[in-house]
Design a binder for this molecule. Structure first.
Ligand SMILES: NC(=O)c1ccc[n+]([C@@H]2O[C@H](COP(=O)([O-])OP(=O)(O)OC[C@H]3O[C@@H](n4cnc5c(N)ncnc54)[C@H](OP(=O)(O)O)[C@@H]3O)[C@@H](O)[C@H]2O)c1
Length: 289
């Protein structure tokens, strides 16, 4: 049963030039949404050519907003430009994100801070900027692209997990505040998806968990996510196995077991084996120094 119908509705998606955001934008366009797409200014050309393709394929209106959300005042500039050139947003999809991989105490602080800011403070600020109008008009929805990492310890990507757990908590709390307002906040919690994010420098190609989960395509995710969005699912983890592993098992297993299993599976197989052979045996990974 549909709770949200995006046809003719104005939808803003951050990080829409690539990966999950790009695949989600295609699904919204198929449903006749009017789109505002964000990216880094360096990807403005790519974003505009994707917008042209969406207009041609789906005959829908698509606007582009290449704004660096990590720049001082970036979220405020995006809000200002969208309000001026696009109008009132019905659905905000907070998707832009990044990751820093490596042992927490060794990994470059700048990379970790950027991860926290882009994955948590930026969506938080954008919600703060856009929700007022939504509540005043009595309709609207925020979809925060969180992760299964929000629900479990994420050794070697500790700040990434912390940022997504923060986003999860924020989403739940604001949703509870908004009850009865006509506005809500939902999260999408993807498993591993084959995007540029997993090719970030230092990210292991052979993460042990890939052997269990594989990597799904952004299109696989977006087809399922859009239906969950239409149904207004508060939190959507695609795939039964993912729901069992990341939601159920993490909650019912002893904490020590969850820590040990997470530590084992969130390492690259070849690097972990090399470290073991070298006698350190601590299973540390490549850092992002
Ligand atoms: N891939 C996974 O396995 C996975 C799993 C769970 C959750 N997620 C989440 O899904 C979301 C999308 O990630 P993805 O996997 O699709 O990664 P991706 O392919 O690297 O895409 C990230 C997007 O964010 C944009 N972006 C990066 N820095 C930005 C900045 N400073 N200002 C504005 N936009 C910026 C990028 O724009 P440019 O193209 O211009 O650089 C790109 O469009 C993230 O929140 C991520 O945490 C991913």
């Amino acid at each position: 049963m549909k709770r949200f119908d995006f046809s003719g509705k104005r939808v803003l998606i951050t990080g829409a030039s690539a990966g999950i955001g790009r695949a989600l934008s295609a699904q919204f366009a198929r449903r006749g949404a009017i789109l505002a797409l964000g990216s880094l200014p360096s990807e403005a050309g790519e974003l505009e050519s994707w917008a042209r393709e969406l207009r041609r394929t789906h005959g829908t209106e698509v606007h582009t907003f290449p704004v660096d959300l990590l720049e001082e005042g970036g979220p405020e500039r995006l809000h200002h430009e969208v309000s001026l050139r696009f109008g009132k947003v019905y659905a905000l999809v907070n998707n832009a994100g990044t990751v820093a991989y490596g042992e927490f105490h060794e990994t470059d602080w700048g990379r970790q801070e950027a991860t926290l800011r882009l994955n948590l403070l930026v969506p938080m600020r954008l919600m703060h900027l856009f929700l007022g109008d939504m509540v005043r008009s009595g309709e609207g929805v925020v979809f925060n692209v969180s992760s299964v990492s929000a629900l479990q310890p994420t050794p070697f990507q500790a700040v990434y997990g912390a940022s997504k757990a923060g986003l999860q908590s924020l989403s739940q709390a604001v949703r509870a505040e908004l009850a009865g307002s006509g506005v809500t906040v939902c999260t999408l919690n993807p498993p591993y998806i084959d995007t540029r994010l997993l090719r970030t420098p230092g990210y292991p190609e052979d993460l042990r968990f890939f052997k269990i989960s594989g990597k799904k395509s952004p299109e696989w995710l977006a087809e399922r996510a859009i239906r969950a969005f239409e149904e207004g699912r508060m939190m959507f983890i695609p795939g039964l196995a993912n729901r069992i592993i990341h939601d159920l098992l993490v909650r019912v297993s002893p904490r020590g077991v969850v820590d040990a299993v997470s530590r084992f599976f969130l390492q690259g197989a070849s690097r972990a084996a090399a470290k073991k052979r070298a006698g350190r045996g601590r299973g540390t990974e490549g850092t992002n120094r």
